[in-house]
Design a protein around this ligand. Structure first.
Ligand code: GLY
Ligand code: MN
Ligand code: MN
Length: 539
């Protein structure tokens, strides 16, 4: 048995932790993954954020709340990706302050403050080790770290700063000192923040960014369609705009709006700009989660047979992810056969047999917080029918067309347009639509999004830039009842790959998962370790 780490020994000693099963735990750091993001990475990200922030500002980032799964059992905790990105901290009940400027403090100074979850031996016996103040200092490299309980009397006046914060988390229940709810309410009070409505913010932001005196009538119409929202009704500037929709009121609105919601808008602009361009450390982790996912897709193809259930295929994917150390899934796995494959975000995965149908599997692992997003579609019986193959080939060709434009400088809009053209031409050729405009009937989603700590990651959608990581995911879905020959019904095909954008081209990160229909058929024909699984029938 290995010795426990020094930090843990100190903690155990300080806490008087006597239960031997814990004191002698074998979780020494050399039995844990060693390719975590480093404190230096997170510190550099905070420094890069400071470079974007306006003078006299502070960025405030709260942890995500814990969510109840079943009475006193919570969902597996998922850290706020922004908090993780800027700190490496993965626990709830915390708030991080990142100041633009160095703040003098007597003989000393600081430019960040971190209030974290306190140590609690009895809670830790149930839910695991907490870093606590000393652990955050030692392992994440912060200097000014406090227990959440200390925020209340901390000598700071946030009203002196431009406070840049995300939409405030919904916090149920616990107002005890140090809880997320109490941290949020203290910051709201101290900084004089207004807890605003998310939809309101998003819409106001669109108006703020895009409205001008020529297109204002269009925005006024949009605002009017949202007037049942209490937040809208009460908003002074919306009232003023509706009462007097002219360019003077608009200019006034813009001037004042930037003050009202500077928090979330500014926060998401800065963090989006940063997180949309991946650093080498992040690319390393994304490559790993995509590689794991590609192996899992390949293994699922080898294992599939028409008698399998959707859940069984999902289970094979999850087994492979865990085997390679993925801590979680990037999103709820989508495993849909036939009609289920035509439901874009199908998550039931409940069909007992996939039969002789196409199976669409949109499943991606998460490794150290970074998500893959890979979809493969394949025939459960190992052979594409003529109709399945025809649809599959159109989607494949659309992807190939998209790849040609995956390089710095190309606009996201043109990438989408090029792909859509190929899908439309294919559907026209097969007589499934008569007008290219109808392509959206069978291709109702977008072709790409950023990928990273969030599966739909933050990032700008203007032009592709070097070191963006995006998905390329065209699809065609023909649900039963569509106005085409029945032979096309219940064919749903999406092919989704993860792409690293370069200056002059791209790297296909998910190339290991078979993509050509010929390679897929060959892979399905291969033996699988799961062929030999001789599990007993349930009684
Ligand atoms: N897996 C979700 C998506 O493809 O966007
Ligand atoms: Mn996707
Ligand atoms: Mn996907």
């Amino acid at each position: 048995m290995k010795r426990i780490s020094t930090l843990l020994s100190i903690v155990v000693f300080v806490c008087g932790f006597s239960y031997s099963g814990y004191a002698q735990t074998d979780n020494s750091t050399d039995n844990l993954p060693s390719d975590n993001l480093t404190p230096a990475f997170h510190a550099e990200r905070r420094q890069a954020l400071r470079a974007l922030m306006p003078p006299h500002s502070v960025v405030v980032i709260f942890s995500y709340p814990e969510e109840v799964f079943s009475r006193d059992v919570d969902y597996t905790y998922h850290p706020n990706p922004d908090l993780y990105y800027f700190s490496g901290y993965k626990e709830p009940n915390s708030v991080l302050f990142i100041f633009k400027d160095v703040q003098p403090d007597g003989d000393s100074s600081y430019n960040e403050l971190f209030f974290v979850q306190h140590r609690d031996p009895s809670a830790e016996q149930w839910t695991g080790k907490r870093l606590g103040v000393e652990g955050v200092k030692a392992s994440l490299g912060f200097k000014r770290v406090y227990n959440g309980e200390d925020l209340q009397n901390f000598p700071i006046d946030l009203k002196k700063y431009t406070v840049i914060y995300d939409y405030l988390p919904d916090t149920l229940g616990d107002l005890s000192a140090g809880s997320l709810k109490s941290l949020v309410s203290q910051v709201i009070k101290n900084a004089g923040l207004v807890k605003t409505d998310e939809a309101l913010n998003a819409l106001l932001y669109r108006i703020y960014m895009r409205a001008n005196k020529d297109n204002l009538p269009r925005f006024i119409t949009i605002i009017k369609s949202h007037l049942n929202s209490e937040a809208f009704k009460k908003n002074f500037w919306i009232k003023a705009l509706l009462a007097n929709p002219d360019s003077t009121t608009l200019a006034d609105f813009k001037k004042n709006y930037s003050v009202i919601v500077a928090g979330p808008i500014a926060f998401n602009n800065y963090t989006g700009e940063m997180r949309g361009i991946k650093t080498p450390e992040e690319i390393h982790l994304i490559k790993k989660s995509v590689e794991i996912s590609s192996i899992a897709h390949t293994q699922a193809m080898k294992a599939v047979n028409p008698a399998m259930s959707e859940r069984e295929l999902e289970g094979i994917m999850l087994y492979v992810h865990k085997k390679y150390g993925a801590e979680d899934e990037g999103y709820a796995p989508i495993v849909g056969a036939g009609a289920d494959g035509c439901i874009l975000h199908y998550e039931d995965n409940s069909a007992l047999t996939v039969k002789n149908q196409l199976v669409l599997m949109d499943v991606g692992a998460m490794y150290h917080g970074y998500s893959a997003d890979v979809t493969r579609t394949f025939p459960a019986n190992g052979k594409f029918s003529e109709e399945q193959k025809a649809i599959y080939q159109i989607v494949y060709d659309a992807q190939e067309e998209a790849f040609k434009y995956c390089r710095e400088g190309v606009s996201f809009d043109s990438l989408e347009a090029k792909t859509t053209q190929v899908l439309a031409a294919g559907l026209l050729r097969l007589g499934l639509i008569n007008n290219a405009k109808d392509v959206k009937k069978y291709y109702p989603h977008g072709m790409t999004h950023h990928l990273g700590l969030d599966v739909h990651d933050k990032g700008s959608y203007d032009k592709l830039k070097e070191n963006m990581v995006i998905t390329v995911e065209p699809g065609i879905y023909i649900p039963a009842g569509s106005p085409v020959d029945k032979k096309w019904w219940n064919i749903g095909v999406r092919i989704e790959d993860d792409v690293l954008i370069g200056k002059d081209g791209y790297t296909l990160l998910s190339a290991d998962a078979p993509r050509k229909w010929q390679d897929i058929e060959k892979t399905i024909a291969e033996e699988s370790i799961f062929d030999k699984g001789n599990f007993p029938a349930l009684k």
